[in-house]
Design a protein around this ligand. Structure first.
Ligand code: ZN
Length: 213
């Protein structure tokens, strides 16, 4: 069942490892299925992961007792419940996202590319214990009108309309946080104005998502 999706997930997990977004197995990925989701297992490594490693978790939050899904399965499931358009989710502890999230600050609109996450910033949700219901609720709430958020003192999470777009956006958010932290070493980055954002979103509606050049 879902054999090609399982193979895509294994490829996707290896890709985020190659991108250095999940050093020391610090992330997890999932994809929506008809009746729940497939999520990377607890303790996954890029060297060992394969199509059969992914754990099916039903929409009711149940899984086969012989398997153990990622400790953040509740957060993934809560986002699928809250966002009909979410087809895949990537959660990482990537360096620059963690660095900014440790300041408990959102990523502000210092470049127009921030707007491709759905608003004029990428919010930072409050700190809660990993694997907790509070963390799941806060992430699902933030991802209703944005495609990504930072997680205070933890990392980031992104949803996509496909596995490829979720992985690309996880990579993009890491690059943006890195660029923002770089700019802050020199001074306070100038943020786009309300008028500039209005023009951006009008242009985005005309040109569509992904026109980043
Ligand atoms: Zn985590």
């Amino acid at each position: 069942m879902n054999s090609s999706l399982r193979a895509d997930l294994a490829d996707g997990y290896r890709k985020i490892d190659v991108l250095r977004l999940t050093d020391l197995s610090s992330g997890n990925i999932s994809a929506r299925t008809d009746d729940g989701m497939l999520i990377s297992p607890s303790g996954a490594t890029a060297e060992q992961i394969g199509p059969k490693s992914f754990v099916f978790v039903g929409a009711d939050g149940r899984w086969d007792d012989a398997l153990t899904p990622s400790s953040e399965w509740q957060m993934h499931l809560a986002i699928y419940r809250a966002c009909d358009e979410a087809a895949a989710i990537v959660h990482t502890h990537s360096d620059s996202c963690v660095a900014l999230a440790s300041l408990r600050r959102p990523l502000p609109g210092f470049t127009y590319v921030v707007g491709f996450f759905g608003g004029t910033d990428v919010p930072c949700i409050p700190y809660s214990t990993f694997g907790s219901e509070a963390l799941a609720d806060d992430a699902a709430s933030a991802l209703r009108d944005r495609t990504a958020c930072l997680m205070a003192n933890h990392g980031m999470i992104v949803r996509g309309t496909s596995l490829t777009s979720a992985i690309d956006d996880a990579h993009r958010l890491e690059v943006l946080c890195r660029q923002y932290l770089l700019a802050m070493q020199v001074g306070d980055p100038v943020l786009l104005t309300d008028e500039e954002w209005q023009d951006f979103f009008a242009q985005k509606d005309i040109l569509g998502y992904g026109q980043l050049d």
